[in-house]
Every structure is written in C-alpha cells, then in structure tokens.
Design a protein around this ligand. Structure first.
Ligand code: PLP
Length: 420
C-alpha cells in the first residue's frame, strides 16, 4: 500500500498544477473495473505494490520508478483472458509445444515486419538474454572476442564476461543528434579470436531503428571476417510513427548466413518477467541445428504454459491494444520532447524511433556522473538508468522509461524541472 499512498500524494499535492483535468479521478481508480470502454485505459495509475516489482522496490518509496524496461500498463486484454482461462482449467501439467506456437510467430513476423519465414527457421528461445548467453556458449570458447557497439544494453557485456569471453567495444558515432555505426572502426577490430558481434535492433537505449542498408553492410563486413551476428530484436514490435523494423536476417543473403535473431512479445506486450517467452530465427541450417541441439542438451527447449498461452494470444490478438499503446507512447514521447524544448534545463532528449525509453543527453550540465544521478534520483526523486552503465559514450546520459500514465510522467518531469 506504500506505493498507493505515494500516488495519492501526487494526486493530492499536485493535482491542480501537475495533472490534466479528470486525471485525479483516474488516479488510483478501482482495480475492480480494470479497463476503460475500449478494453484498456493507459491513463489509469496502477498500484504495483506488493507484487515484488523490481522496478518499484529498487526505486524506493516516494520515488518515480522510471528505470528498468517494463511498463506500468496492463497487457492486452486478450492475453490476460487467455492466461485466466488456462488457469481456470485448474490442472497445469507437462505440455507439448503446439504447432500453433510457431505458426503464431511466423504469422506475426509476416504481418508486422513483412518477413515470411519458413517454418524450419523458427525455434523456441528460453528468454532473449538466456538465449544469447546460450549462443555465446554454443559458438564461442572462453577467451574469444565478442563485439558490442556502445552505448548499448548492458547485459550483452555482462553475460559474455560472465562466461569468460572478452568484450570488445566498437562505439557508435554520435553526430548531429543521431547515432550511426562506425564501420571503419569495426574493420580495425577483427582478429582470429573475434567470433561474434551483438547488434541491438532496435537499439536500446538510444531508440534507433536500423535501416536495411546499415544491417546489410554490417552483415557483409562480419561475413568477410568469419564473425556471427546475434541480433536482439526484443523491441522490434515497438517501431513508432508508422516506421518499420527490419529483421536482421532479412537484410540480404550475407545476413541470412551469419545471423541469429532473438525476439519475443515481452516488451511490446508488457510481459517482461515472464521469462522464457521468446523465440529465435536462424536461417542457416547448420547453425540452427547446432544451436537448437545445445538448447535441448541444456533442457532449455521447453516453453512453460504461461509462455505458450501468452505468446500465442499476443501474436494472434486483434484487439487493437498494441496500436493504441504505441499511440499513447508516441504522445508521451512528444510530451517529453516539448517539455525539454520549453524548459531549457541543459537536458536534451534524443527522440526514439522505437520503444518506450528516452535517452537524455545531459552533457551540457557539465556534472560528474555520480552527481548527475544524484540530482535525478535524490533531488528530483526520479529513479532512472545511469547512462554510463551502457558502456563507452554513455557518460553524461541517462535513460528514462516513459511507459507510464501521462499524469505520472508530467509529475516526474515537473520534479526534474524543480531539481535542475
Ligand atoms: C535489448 C534488450 N534485450 C533483452 C532484454 C531482456 O530480455 P529477456 O527478459 O527476454 O531476457 C531487454 C530488457 O530490457 C532489452 O532491453
């Protein structure tokens, strides 16, 4: 109930200045009536206390929890209904993986990303990071090199290093407010021990949707050096403003030969923490057999019941929840962009092309990283991610998770304004 009192505090203390008309009644609205007339209400502030939410527990009482990448929204009603109905059957039990699971993935990739994938290319994956970690184990040896392109999702480095692989940086170039890959730098990095490059597609934390030409070029370079590309596409279904995501393995013949793609519905459908709700696509038969064989050997090739039910429900849902969510997130992003344009605080947001994470360039403030974080977390009371945790080029930046009701975002930004 602690979280609830904090939210009540927002409602009571700042309602007039911070919240839009009508939002106070929406705040803390009863959980008995979960959805609005359309089946969802992204404005509703949910109480996540007592749910072992890492996001809220680590942020602490009285803070705005805007860090780790899960959202404060209920998932698609179709997914919730499917899970409830399965539980209502009362007995769980060992379950076989139905063909519907793979068909749902194929149909989704075709519909969302225009990518027709043969059935045999698709496999189950035990969570995106678990799957990438298993791919490190399968295709590299301790001491081999793995290239990452920072600033980038920190867990690529974390798991490669935990497995004794050496992580090599090819930092992105940040030019005129836009990031691009440094292909010249990349060419200089390869040696006989370099085995894998991990690409974050779309890119977390910088929100980049990589275009086909970039991915094609990346694949050609890697193939020339005998290097595999692991493509993390967990944010793929969150391409915004009508833009399209390009699956790495669809970006030309070289990409299909060197690429292993990992994806799943957990980001777009807010199912994070439902571990193992993921899949892989590996066009090359030899690599696929080797990889799926390794997953089977580790007993990691058996999706759980919630995984099967939620993935199939999400990917076959026609409720309109995901398009509505994207529209809401676009509104939140516009809100952040306008806020920092109107309030010259020395903080510059990079407009994301995908997902619900906004990369804030705070270098103009000239603060050390510790002080910068303390300003946000202690003075503003906004718990967000440290940009430096994403590696080279992340110093002076922070990552803000805007997957929350607009009233909460507005209140958090208002506190940032006061603190800076
Ligand atoms: C780029 C990226 N990959 C993977 C993950 C986590 O994936 P999983 O929970 O399936 O291991 C995240 C979560 O934030 C992410 O942003």
């Amino acid at each position: 109930m602690k979280r609830r009192s904090f939210l009540k505090g927002i409602a009571a203390a700042g309602a007039a200045s911070l919240l839009p008309v009508g939002a106070v009644t929406t705040l803390l609205s009863s959980c008995a009536e979960p959805d609005g007339p359309e089946g969802w209400d992204f404005d509703e502030v949910l109480d996540r206390s007592g749910t072992w939410s890492l996001k809220y527990e680590r942020a602490g009482e009285g803070k705005f929890a805007m860090w780790i990448a899960d959202m404060d929204f209920r998932t698609d009603p179709v997914v919730r209904k499917a899970l409830r109905e399965r539980l209502d059957r009362d007995v769980l039990g060992y379950t076989s993986t139905p063909e519907e699971f793979f068909e749902a993935i194929r149909a989704w990739e075709g519909k969302q990303h225009g990518w027709d994938i043969p059935r045999e290319w698709v496999g189950y994956a035990p969570g995106v990071i678990t799957a990438i970690s298993q791919a490190f184990l399968t295709f590299t040896q301790p001491g081999d090199k793995v290239i990452v392109q920072p600033p980038v999702y920190d867990q690529f480095r974390l798991y490669a290093e935990r497995l004794g692989r050496e992580v090599v940086d090819n930092p992105m170039i940040f030019d005129n407010g836009r990031y691009r890959m440094d292909f010249e730098g990349l060419e200089r990095l390869f040696d006989a021990r370099t085995k894998v490059l991990v690409v974050c597609n779309p890119h977390n934390p910088c929100g980049i949707l990589w275009d086909r030409e970039t991915l094609e070029h990346l694949a050609e370079i890697c193939e020339r050096h005998g290097v595999l590309v692991f493509s993390d596409e967990i944010h793929a279904d969150f391409a915004l403003w009508g833009r399209t995501h390009v699956p790495f393995c669809s970006a030309g013949d070289a990409a299909a030969r060197v690429g292993l793609m990992f994806g799943g519905p957990t980001k777009a459908f807010n199912l994070a923490g439902l571990y193992g709700t993921a899949f892989c696509v590996i066009p090359d038969s030899e690599k696929r057999e080797r990889y799926l064989g390794a997953l089977k050997a580790a007993k990691l090739y058996e999706p759980s019941i919630p995984t099967l039910v939620s993935l199939i429900a999400a990917y076959t849902s026609e409720s309109g929840w995901l398009p509505a969510l994207k529209e809401y997130i676009q509104g939140n992003i516009d809100f952040v962009m306008e806020f920092f344009a109107q309030n010259d605080l020395g903080i510059r947001p990079i407009r994301p092309e995908a997902s619900f994470l906004v990369w804030l360039d705070c270098r103009a403030l000239g603060l050390g990283q510790e002080e910068l974080l303390s300003r946000f977390r202690d003075d503003a009371g906004v718990y967000l991610n440290d940009g430096a945790s994403y590696g080279v080029g992340g110093e002076g930046f922070v990552r803000l998770n805007i997957g929350c009701p607009r009233s909460v975002l507005r209140a958090a930004l208002s506190q940032i304004k006061a603190a800076f």
